[in-house]
Structure formats: C-alpha cells, structure tokens
Design a binder for this molecule. Structure first.
Ligand SMILES: [Zn+2]
Length: 460
C-alpha cells in the first residue's frame, strides 16, 4: 500500500524543512507541501515530529562464534531490535576462522541471514587469511556486491592477520576500490600485558583496560596508517575509543592518508569504572578496545561534531551475563567480549548528543546514517530523503521519555549495559522500503523481508 507521511519536519545531513513524503513501490516518489491523499493510501500524521532517513549501524555482529561460544542474537531478534531502535540497515562483519576459506565464510554468514531479517543488511567481508586461493575468492565476493573488507590487527591466531597478509590485503583492496575496515590494537603487547597481569594474580574484569591501554590502540592505528600510506588503500578504523588513537589517525589524514573513523555509542557514554563494578558485574562492560577513562568522552563528542570522526556504530555483540560472561570469572581474558547496544544506539545518541547540545541535528543524522551510507556505497539509496531513495524513514518523537531496561528490550540477551538509563525521544514509526515496520514504538514488520544490499566498489 502506498504511504503518505504528512507534516513532519524532514531532517537530513544538510537540510531541514516541513513537507509531506509520498512512498510507493518501496521508494520515495514525491516530496512536497500538502500532497493530497488518494484513496487506498495509508496516511501517517508526523506533525510535531522529525522525519529522519533510516539509521544505519555500520558495525554489528549477529552470527559470531567467538571465544568458545556464540553471540546470542539471531537475524530475527537482531533485526527487530534494530528497527525498534530506528536502525533500518545493519552491516555485519563476516568473521571466518583462519582455517575457513573466504568463500566458505561468506556462504556460512549468508545462510544465517537468508529469509530471517526484517531489515536490510550487508556485510564487511572479513579477511582472516591472505593467500592466492583466498585472494581469488575475495575478488568474486567483491564482484557479487560486497565492497568492503574487515581485518583484525588483534586476535592473532583467531581472526588476526600478520603484516605480510595486511600489506597484500590492502594492495588488493586498492586495486579493487574496496574500503578496508580495521580493528587496530597491537596484539603482541596485549598478549604480553595479559600474561603479566594474570601472573600477578590480577584476574578480574577491571584488569581488561590495563591489558590494552590507549597507547596499544594508538600503535595499532599508526601501524595501519603506515600500510595505508604505502598502498594508497582507503581504510576505516572501527571502534576508535580514545584520544591517543584519534591523534594517530588525524596525523595520518594530515599526511594525505585516506582514513575514515568510527567510534561507538559505548565509548561516548560508558567508561572504565563500569568494568570495575563489584561482584563480577564489570564483565557486562568488557569489550575491545576497552571502555576508557572519562577524559576521552569530550574528545570523541567534539570529534563527531567537528567532522574528525565519521560514524557512530555499536560493534553489537551480545553475550549473556548469567551463562556466558562467567566463562572468564577467574580470568578476564576469557570473558566473551561485547556490550550489546544495537537497539539503543540512536536514542542514546539523540538524548546525550542532540538534547545535551553536543551534536546539532544534521551532524546527528550524518554520523548515525548518511556518512555510513556514503562511505560504504549505499548512498543515496540509503541515508537520504530524496526522490528515488528507499522509503526507509524514521518518524521521531523528540519529546517522548522512557527508561531503558533488559526487561523490555528486543535484543536476545539477559542484560542491558544501560539498565535504568532515562532517554528522551524515540523512533515512533519506522518504515523499511515503504512498509511500516514499527508503529507506536512496537515492531509490526515482516521477518524475512530484509534484503542483502549489493554495493559497488569505488572503481567499478
Ligand atoms: Zn566488531
């Protein structure tokens, strides 16, 4: 059924104005003042509300075999949680183990999603091994519509690659016009620090940050920047957490390195004292890079507002507090890493960014949607409100007030890192390619309607 969204204040990365939006055949077909509703059209009153382009989370894990267990969400639970939170597109990391070929990994990850997602999705293809066989397969995967890679400078032996592989991955990416997203931490330093702490009897979750301090992340960033400078590849630093790492990225950008930067909602709002909570509760707050000293938060907020940092993601990776985090009760290095946030990213960014005066509305839209669409080859199909764009729209009530709780969340995990946090504003109605997927904050969409989005690399 065609949709007419009437009287909302349309806010994109560059403009804001009041107009009606007509959607037909999954797309936006008209934007104008006072569009009349033909019969048979569903009309949604958006007066007094914002209308944003559907939000994009450019870094999530849904299917994730990791540290001896599996993350909890399925495509069904994750995509519902995403939509309820205003996110209409997710980009998942394909993370094959090193003994698995790229083709096998890509197939396995697609099987998890096929027919089960309520929102659209695409992938960053994990390069966890680089040899001739994998390189040939990576070319085919790129040709099939996956225009970004993911590499790990951390997790050696699991997903991590060595410097020879890094060099050749970036050269291939440069040749194909593919952007390379990278987890930047010096794995050797992490491993040695972990051994020292454990040997000293320091085993709790609060030790996680000490095992991978800011300089370890900054070294990882500088390391990647050196390889990017030599190869000319476009790189994207995932989950940047601290000032030291940002400085390393900005220094490289100043030298002409083509680098984009992502931070996470967790780093903007949580800090390392959360991982110090007693009774092992700190384990809820273990992820990598770790939550940092609070001094970094204004640096990250300013970096977003000034354009130094391009995107806010979640690195969503849900592991239960009761059954899974305790795998590391006596050894913090065995705590499954991740702070689930897919559902809460947009409302937290709006409450603590826009409402708190740290982000203007356009920057909010850019860092939560449009910049990811542009960086990863989805714009203007996604991340835009214009004729011809997919009708992924978020009608946002800026005055709504609520409280976050694991009891009411859609994410399939037994805790919320933001339990009891109050927020202001929410996605009231969400459309996904012209179908209403959320009404009055509740999921009413269709599981299986989500499509895998195919993206062209920059050189095609
Ligand atoms: Zn990740």
């Amino acid at each position: 059924m065609p949709l007419l969204i009437k009287g909302g204040e349309i806010v994109t990365g560059t403009e804001h104005y009041i107009a009606d939006i007509y959607c037909e055949h999954e797309r936006i077909t008209q934007i104008d003042r006072n569009i009349d509703a033909p019969s048979g059209v569903e009309v949604i009153d958006a007066s007094g509300k914002y209308v944003f382009p559907g939000f994009i989370d450019p870094h999530v894990h849904i299917y994730l075999p990791f540290m001896g267990t599996f993350s909890k969400d399925t495509y069904e639970t994750a995509s519902k949680a995403a939509l309820v939170g205003g996110t209409t597109t997710m980009i998942e990391m394909v993370c094959p183990s090193r003994d698995m070929s790229a083709a096998e990994g890509f197939r396995l990850w697609q099987e998890q999603a096929a027919g089960k997602s309520a929102c659209d999705y695409t992938y960053h293809m994990g390069v966890t091994r680089f040899d001739d066989e994998n390189a040939a397969q990576l070319r085919e995967i790129v040709a099939s519509g996956i225009a970004s890679f993911k590499i790990f400078l951390a997790y050696k032996g699991a997903f991590g690659i060595d410097d020879t592989e890094l060099y050749h991955t970036l050269k291939l990416a440069k040749e194909l016009g593919v952007i390379v997203t990278a987890h930047c931490e010096n794995e050797t330093l992490v491993a040695e620090r972990q051994k020292e702490l454990l040997a000293a009897g320091l085993t709790g979750p609060e030790q996680h940050e000490a095992s991978r301090p800011p300089v370890v992340e900054a070294e990882g960033v500088h390391h990647l920047m050196t390889f990017a400078e030599l190869t000319g590849a476009h790189v994207y630093i995932v989950h940047l957490s601290c000032e030291e790492a940002l400085r390393a990225a900005l220094a490289a950008r100043f030298r002409g390195v083509n680098v984009s930067v992502e931070t996470l909602i967790q780093y903007l709002l949580l800090d390392k004292t959360d991982a110090e909570r007693p009774e092992f509760e700190g384990a809820k707050y273990v992820m990598s890079p770790p939550l940092r000293d609070k001094r970094n938060q204004p640096v990250l907020w300013n970096g977003l507002q000034s354009g130094e940092i391009q995107t806010v993601a979640t690195d969503h990776a849900p592991f239960d507090f009761r059954e899974q985090k305790p795998m590391g009760r006596d050894d913090f290095t065995k705590i499954p890493n991740g702070i689930p946030s897919l559902e809460e990213r947009v409302k937290l960014l709006f409450s603590h960014g826009v409402k708190a005066g740290k982000l203007d509305l356009h920057t909010f839209v850019n860092v939560a949607s449009t910049n990811a669409a542009k960086t990863f080859g989805l714009f203007p199909r996604k991340g835009a409100i214009q004729i011809g764009a997919d009708a992924d729209l978020v009608i946002y009530d800026p005055e709504y007030r609520g409280t976050i709780s694991a009891k009411t969340q859609m994410m399939n995990v037994d805790y919320s890192a933001f339990e009891g946090w109050e927020f202001q504003g929410r996605a009231e109605t969400v459309t996904m390619r012209g179908e209403v997927a959320v009404r009055d904050g509740k999921f009413v969409g269709t599981v299986g309607r989500g499509q895998m989005l195919r993206r062209q690399p920059a050189h095609f």
